[in-house]
Ligand binder design. Sequence first.
Ligand code: SF4
Length: 403
Amino acid sequence: MGTNGKTFYIAYMCDHSYVLAAALEAFGMAAEVMPVPDDETMNLGLDSMLGRECSPCFMTTGDMIRRARQPDFDPKKAIMLMPTANGPCRFGQYNVLQRRILDDYGLQDVEFFSSSAGDSYQGLGDHPNQMRLLVWDGAVATDLLQKLLHAYRPYEVNKGQTDGIYKEGLQQIITAIRAGGGNALSQALDHIARQFEALPVDRSEPRPIIGLVGEIYLRFCPYANQDIIRQVEEAGGEVVLASMIEWFYFTNWSYMEETRDVGQYFKYLTTAFTDMYQWYREHKFARRVAHLLKHPYEAPIKDLMNNIRPYYDPALSTEAVLTLGKAIELAKHGASGILNIMPFTCMPGIIVAGLAPRVRADLANIPWLDVIFDAQAGTNFHTRLEAFMYQSTQYYRRVIVNN
Ligand code: SF4
């Protein structure tokens, strides 16, 4: 799509949003990540809705309205980038609702661009394939950087040092993606690896590994999840976060299943080839930091799907499939507890919570906490987290250490 001098506005979900903006810029498009969501954007979103929508919808809508109110915002030059998806999940309706809300605010001139999980996010920009691969490379690098952050920060000797390395590393990834990725990105990862190699850590007191799975926006956005990763670290755990690129592998898998079932073999093969190439790129970059991580490479989606077959048919799709498959994978690879986070009334999240008791029963009753975040914040989350961390520590001693 030509942008005619317009700017893409991207709601902040996580640091991958900056990498996406950098990739757009690499292809000559103007892009801006809107300021991180906060109470103001949450309230703006809530004021413009009925209150029955998902909390990521409140926040991303509030982000748009807040940005559109700034004096330098020109609706005629703005494109809101809001991905979508097919299927039963409400995510597919975010952009429809947001279009109507912006219209009500007199912002009919603002365009929307919605790439879809339904076609595995094909079709962004004038060079969709190259663009998609650059975004992929950036997402791989950012996931790796986050894996390092979570694997090292709980053990750092000098408080705050890991966050400093992370911030600098993220900036290097963004700069490399803006320059087109490739060698610049490899060099950025090499630099990051050296920083982590030199980071003083104290691992004399092992911590239970907590697998963090669930709804993707909440999982990644610290404001939306009340900074849950730091809370777990402060309570004595180490978090392994289900990655961003896992979602893209999953959309490839879903699209391949769909196209094969209806006999669209060309689309099937094209996606299979893209998937293989993405896998190759993931491994190429992950090798640069692999010596610093226990599990640097993503588990194949077919393994995650096989994990859930005894409980649920992967063909039913939605994020529930991925969350369950990943939770089981993490439990099989040393996690001592699973945190499943979801917005209030999240459909896939409720399915996962409903199936969790059967899954846990087959996993030595691994501690499992379903955390529902609504627009109210607060509640008694901290107390529940402390109890969960206590159980996870017991599980670590009883099951992980003894095996
Ligand atoms: S995954 Fe849950 S929170 Fe996200 S759009 Fe679907 S129902 Fe809403």
